[in-house]
Design a protein around this ligand. Structure first.
Ligand code: MG
Length: 266
């Protein structure tokens, strides 16, 4: 299934997204938040609404995570382009939930950075509480679905600070959406592409992850408890580059959708 989060009469609601006559429409409201379903989305209660075209809805970020855990350097070609060795274990860092930005929202370039860049990534939404996943345990039941993430980064501040909290943590630096879908399989390969003003900047497949999702989730869960609704961003392919005022950046995840945001100077 696919769902989004959107404004209905000024109130945020989760909506079921279905393809009707070749068009994606919000056809039903989810009665409960998906992150409260304990991963059991098949029989989730819904109620009918007047269908709304997904492209015309006032979308919100489809996640409300307690934390956003990101993986750095999870594609060989991206590690190489930044001059780094291939890591021997997943490199993780956090983005604050205050950085979340809705589909269609404006990424604000802070005055104190001269080099803000895009990182298109596959996002993973957690279905249930996850701590110290066993070596042989299947991680799939812990996953609610997948989405598009732009891990926007102030590249100059990342280099200057040595650690990444500020470079990755500005408000609007975590666009997410437009939907969460459980209809794709990253282990089998999902194309992740980033376009700026229509030009392809990044193109990769999740089959080229250095660390597959089960390794990533197991690794994170050895450190911290992942909660339902938490978001993991799985790293970016090569081709990271700058964003400037007036740009329109799109992150597309095959089978999930296209996350589109504009860029403005603060
Ligand atoms: Mg990244």
């Amino acid at each position: 299934m696919k769902y989004c989060r959107f404004q209905v009469s000024g109130r945020p609601q989760y909506g079921l997204v279905e393809t009707v006559a070749g068009r994606e429409e919000i056809t039903r409201l989810l009665v409960n938040a998906p992150e409260d379903s304990n991963g059991d989305m098949e029989d989730v209660p819904t109620r009918r609404v007047e269908p709304v075209s997904l492209s015309e809805a006032t979308l919100l970020a489809p996640v409300r995570p307690s934390k956003i855990v990101c993986v750095g350097r999870n594609y060989r070609d991206h590690a190489a382009e930044l001059g780094h060795d291939v890591p021997v274990e997943p490199l993780i860092f956090l983005k604050p939930p205050s950085a979340l930005l809705a589909p269609g929202g404006q990424i604000r370039r802070p005055k104190i950075s001269n080099r803000v860049g895009h990182e298109g990534e596959l996002g993973v939404v957690l279905a249930k509480t996850c701590y110290k996943v066993g070596a042989d345990e299947d991680v799939r039941p812990y996953i609610l679905g997948y989405t598009c993430v732009n891990d926007v980064t102030a590249r100059d501040l990342q280099e200057k600070d040595g650690q990444w909290t500020r470079a990755k943590g500005f408000d609007t630096f975590c666009p997410v959406g437009p939907v969460v879908s459980d209809e794709v399989d990253p282990w089998a390969g999902v194309i992740v592409e980033t376009r700026v003003n229509g030009e392809v900047r990044q193109h990769g497949s999740t089959v080229d992850f250095i660390f597959a999702l089960d390794v990533v989730i197991r690794h994170i869960s050895r450190c911290m408890t992942l909660l339902p609704g938490d978001l993991i961003s799985t790293g970016t392919p090569s081709g990271v580059g700058p964003l400037v005022d007036g740009d329109v950046v799109e992150v597309s995840v095959q089978g999930v959708g296209i996350l589109r945001n504009s860029v403005v100077d603060e």
